[in-house]
Write a new protein. Sequence first.
Lengths: 196, 196, 196, 196
Amino acid sequence: MESTARLETFSDGVFAIAATLLILEITLSGEGSVAHQLLAEWPSYAAYAISFLTLGIVWVNHHTVFTLIGRVDRTFLFINVVFLMIIAFSPFPTRVLAEHLREGSKAAAFAYGLTYTLMAVCYGALWFYAATNRRLLAADADLRMVSGISRSFAPGSLVYALATLSSLISADLAVVLYAGIALFYVFESSLFGRDG
Amino acid sequence: MESTARLETFSDGVFAIAATLLILEITLSGEGSVAHQLLAEWPSYAAYAISFLTLGIVWVNHHTVFTLIGRVDRTFLFINVVFLMIIAFSPFPTRVLAEHLREGSKAAAFAYGLTYTLMAVCYGALWFYAATNRRLLAADADLRMVSGISRSFAPGSLVYALATLSSLISADLAVVLYAGIALFYVFESSLFGRDG
Amino acid sequence: MESTARLETFSDGVFAIAATLLILEITLSGEGSVAHQLLAEWPSYAAYAISFLTLGIVWVNHHTVFTLIGRVDRTFLFINVVFLMIIAFSPFPTRVLAEHLREGSKAAAFAYGLTYTLMAVCYGALWFYAATNRRLLAADADLRMVSGISRSFAPGSLVYALATLSSLISADLAVVLYAGIALFYVFESSLFGRDG
Amino acid sequence: MESTARLETFSDGVFAIAATLLILEITLSGEGSVAHQLLAEWPSYAAYAISFLTLGIVWVNHHTVFTLIGRVDRTFLFINVVFLMIIAFSPFPTRVLAEHLREGSKAAAFAYGLTYTLMAVCYGALWFYAATNRRLLAADADLRMVSGISRSFAPGSLVYALATLSSLISADLAVVLYAGIALFYVFESSLFGRDG
């Protein structure tokens, strides 16, 4: 078993790159004035902001969670690799959503939500594996905080799954829900206890 | 509350990637000799250099500022995520400016300046949140340096906002001002006190 | 001779970027409904998943191996640069494979396998250089673990080379073998001893 | 003045990203069989390998040099930002060279060499600024090694400048020289003293 320093460097790298790659996908249409083209890209800006904030929230929580974890084993490393695989995949559905949001594509909204639901489920698996293996927790980990985080994971995945299903009714509804979930977590800073 | 080590790794990653992605946007037109095509890309080189230097300056200051900050809380982390969202967004207006600088597009110059003004405002918010929350400052932070940095933030945002507004008169004027601001900060190395 | 901290940061950066760039290559065809286009990209998803998992496994092992290495010299650094050159190259054959998997291109499957075989050989060279230069090993390195890792490297390269050669018979067979090798290593978590 | 830890993280990030982005530029022509297309890209592979090895060598030396530097000031940080600006620019001339190597474009070979010459000059400036400011050197820096590195910088820049000028005679000659310089440094591992 090993300390978490290098795991965090690698994870931070994938988060930072996935978040930064999101912008590469935005391109102007080339039709009409530059001002018009810039304004016409609003679905891209919306998709970029929702995705960046969501990845940012996940990263902030990853940050909080890792202060409670003292050691990792190979199983934990592999779950983390699968989790990062989904993080690194997320620029793709974001681009598809940005390109097809104006036409109200339910498939694009569903693919986007499915990716983030899988991310939430996989992140939950990562956490529960650590939380139920006491030897992975830091010696000074606050066990009440550990239970609090465990309680908060199940509703997170469920809420994402429901928002994803809502895309089958309306793509716009689903996107509003995705944005709402992101904003909820940004403002609900007491999620993992005061000033986690 | 937690130490700043991992926050700095993640931030450095976003800075490094955003700065490096800038080059991906430059492509030759394919018309005329290679030498001619290489020379014709001067607006791209100018936009690349201004953006890279500006990001470099912001990174150097971020570096100086973080030596004064000892701990972060969740609110600080979220302001930083929004700040990084703007940093990661900056390759997009840079590319738009490079593509439309020769035709003197005011919209492209305005979008570029607006992005950097928002970056300055958001960076100021990050700093003032830390500077007015003593418990976030490092125990050995020099309070005179803290006040000095606080005084330097307001004019920075204002100067960027004015340069942005100048784009409504002339795109070329605005670009000269953006370059001038970047060069001013490069040479004004005593900004935050001698050898900050 | 120097410690391994900075080498690991640089290596983690290349791993994280190469793994994350894999997704940039996936684009929709633009023909048919969005749902149809998303489903039609399954060879891209398969190639992405196999490559990400393989890079993830190599990274996890790199992580384990470096806990046994205490110092590096310039020769080690250069072998590592060549190794990282192959890691950073891997998104290219992955993209070629994704684009030509449906048509069963043996050349694409061969190029993919050749890249990963060279990666395995180069990684083996890196390891054997360290394992046979005792002064590079950490003072507290478990010599039984060192021998165990040495024994596991030879079959790894051989298995990849055989899977690569199988592409000359059938591209599909080779891809199944590449996926099988990745999954074998994911589940065979006791490869380098229990919970390495 | 501050320690070099964060500077190294940021620098490593730029090196890692610039090196990894090199591969994004390679694309198949789409004409002929996949095997034929893969083989026809040899100028891209050559340009990729020369650039990656060169960046790798610069990184290894950066690594060695920083073990001798104990502290940095703002001037040093800004020289480093300009140096990294050239590192991050290098994927562009690499791509141009790869695209125009077969037609023997002197302009492409010159632009490539000019970039690497500027990189060498800027890296020299970074080193001499530190070497002539004793307070930046680590307390335990070996002054004989410092003088040795100083002596090796001047010929490095000169050799690159001459190779660049040779491109005006023949692009192929220049590329052979660029490759030769990279290989010379790879094998001349005693450059900065034995096992620096």
